[in-house]
Ligand binder design. Sequence first.
Ligand SMILES: C[S@@+](CC[C@H](N)C(=O)[O-])C[C@H]1O[C@@H](n2cnc3c(N)ncnc32)[C@H](O)[C@@H]1O
Length: 318
Amino acid sequence: MTTLPQTVLQRIALRKALGQDGYHDALLKIASGDTDTLAEWDRPLTADERTARKQLIFDLWLAGGTTHDIARQLVIRQNAVFESVQITRDSALNQLVTEDPPVYNVWNFNQCDPRFGQPHPGQIQGQVLVNLLLWLTEPYDMVVDPMAGGGTTIDVCKYLRRRYRCFDIDPRRPDIQQWDVSKGYPRLYRKPSLIFLDPPYWRLKRDEYSKNGAAMGSYKEWLKFMGELAESSAAAVKPGGHIALMSESFLDEKETGRFLFINRDCTVLFEKAGLKGVQEISVNFTSGIKSFRDVQYAKQKGILLDLKRDLLVFKRSK
Ligand SMILES: C[S@@+](CC[C@H](N)C(=O)[O-])C[C@H]1O[C@@H](n2cnc3c(N)ncnc32)[C@H](O)[C@@H]1O
């Protein structure tokens, strides 16, 4: 492979990164001495290929790739990656849709915006991320989501031109890296301006998540996980940066028999990790998400159904 001309290596790397095939056959032919194939693959990159590579470099950089890694992957100079990003990042901002950041701390969204995230048992409305990112970050700031589920954060980051690194213990799409955040964060290279945390709300939807994840075990064990997550997130976020945590308090009839103030218990843990609480946002569902049976059950038992989640926002001191 190393004896091949540079252009051939670059063309193969580009095809590979774009998920296009054809390069295996070409390599076999070149290896067997086919000089026509070699000449064809050694011709300068076409205008279309150069455009595709420019877009790919930008996409990889937005996905948190370092110039060093992108250069290695595409067999080009690091400087070329750097220059390409500089040019594309400005023009990409010109196409950005301008939206206003939120003004109030009650956010009501009926449904998930289909542009953000793929169906997932824990999928949140992408509009939550849109509001959060508009409020707390600038274009090309780094956003990290260690429990990314259906990738809502990724799609919103692409939409608003924020850089991102997204992980999950059970990744369900290729742009989410497999990682168990109970071990802390993987090497991030660049400290994020915002960490978005949307963990399983203890045992809710346990059966639909990975058997190794944070939804398993007792409430006490979940709080231990959350305490460690608070510590590792406080260390990972940029000084002056924010950590936003989605939580849903609920009446746990099944295991503890108590109303679990998840928001209050987590606030204690995150403040203990040295973070300052700066906002509590109510993110509400409409009653349409509850079934007729849910409503009948609540009436019979004299209990209230949950339509509210809290988005708790913390800040690391500078
Ligand atoms: C509420 S869902 C996140 C949904 C996501 N915000 C979305 O909009 O699609 C919680 C996610 O946490 C993940 N998870 C649970 N324990 C984890 C762990 N220890 N490390 C990483 N991810 C974990 C689950 O696999 C699940 O995808």
